[in-house]
Design a protein around this ligand. Structure first.
Ligand code: ZN
Length: 316
């Protein structure tokens, strides 16, 4: 399967969207071809209704981020997973339809008539756009997309992790795309969504750790990284909160020489600059004749001298 054919999972490449909803057509100035399209649309929707194929579609968001999908035809957002909850939910119920034309838009109604078609998107088909954006189709996709997303046909009524749900997928036959479903346990879908999300999260944290070490790249750490860091800690994917998570590193917490965040317990930065001479002396990092001790106050010198005396006495 070529990946190019699934670049736009919902809209065919030759789709030209003339209306963005099912009620936006102005009936007063419809040409003959447009009226035919409208009739075609009504017929398609009626067929689907009579066959019982118009069912709700549901997306579960396990991630701490807002999910967003906007194509000329659909605009949906799914809120972030609330703290302490297993997911946030969006269920959609309506169809969306759009005309497809092949050829020149400027042609007269008469010549267009035979070239128009109308495509009706089922609720779950619309949600495939989320799958494309957040799950992906190929193995490579799955490494770079955020995951944490589950899509199935139906609503949440009576659904538990032990339920079997109908999962939509696109298949391609002779250049055409078809929607089909497979049954899967919701529990398994959640595990898959979480595995992808955790992979992505850990990759982001590793990148952010590298950024945090270098003052030139530290500003690359933005909300996205902070949200992942907090979420990873909540999920117990990491044993402790990331040090760089503490929003902004204050200047007084940075090393004056290398500007890295200064986290030493011995008064000495990893670049070997003595940030805190008194502490560095007390912890044995520097000797009493170190030049940085010249910055000490008289009060601190008393402590240094007392300690030096203790050390000298101890050696005797
Ligand atoms: Zn330093």
């Amino acid at each position: 399967m070529a990946t190019s054919v699934i670049d736009h999972p919902v809209l065919p490449e030759d789709a030209n969207i003339l209306a963005t909803g099912d009620h936006l057509v102005n009936l007063n100035n419809l040409g003959q071809a447009a009226q035919e399209r409208l009739r075609l649309r009504e017929r398609r929707i009626t067929e689907l209704e009579l066959r019982g194929e118009i069912k709700p579609g549901t997306i579960l968001n396990r991630s701490p981020f807002t999910l967003r999908v906007e194509s000329g035809l659909i605009q949906y957002t799914v809120p972030p997973r609330p703290k302490g909850k297993p997911f946030s939910i969006l269920t959609i119920t309506g169809t969306r339809s759009f005309p497809i034309y092949r050829g020149n838009q400027e042609m007269s109604d008469k010549s267009l008539r035979g070239k128009y078609d109308v495509k009706v998107l089922l609720p779950v088909e619309q949600l495939m756009e989320f799958k494309h954006t957040y799950i992906g189709e190929t193995e490579e996709d799955r490494l770079v997309k955020a995951g944490g997303v589950i899509i199935f046909e139906g609503d949440m009524e009576g659904v538990t992790p032990k339920s079997t749900v109908r999962v939509p997928e696109f298949v391609f036959r002779k250049g055409e795309r078809y929607l089909r479903f497979r049954d899967q346990l919701l529990k398994e879908l959640i595990d898959e969504a979480d595995a992808q999300m955790k992979n992505r999260c850990m990759a982001v944290l590793i990148q952010a750790d590298t950024w945090a070490d270098d003052p030139k790249t530290r500003a690359n750490i933005q909300d996205n990284e902070r949200i992942w860091a907090d979420f990873a800690f909540e999920q117990q994917w990491i044993p402790a909160a990331r040090a760089w998570r503490n929003t902004v590193i204050r200047p007084e917490d940075s090393c004056p020489r290398c500007n890295a965040q200064y986290v030493s317990k011995t008064g000495m930065c990893k670049c070997s600059y003595v940030v805190n001479p008194l502490l560095a002396y007390m912890s044995g990092e520097i000797a009493v004749d170190h030049v940085r001790l010249n910055t000490l106050s008289a009060e601190d010198w008393k402590k240094v001298n007392a300690e030096q005396k203790r050390r000298d006495d101890a050696r005797k």
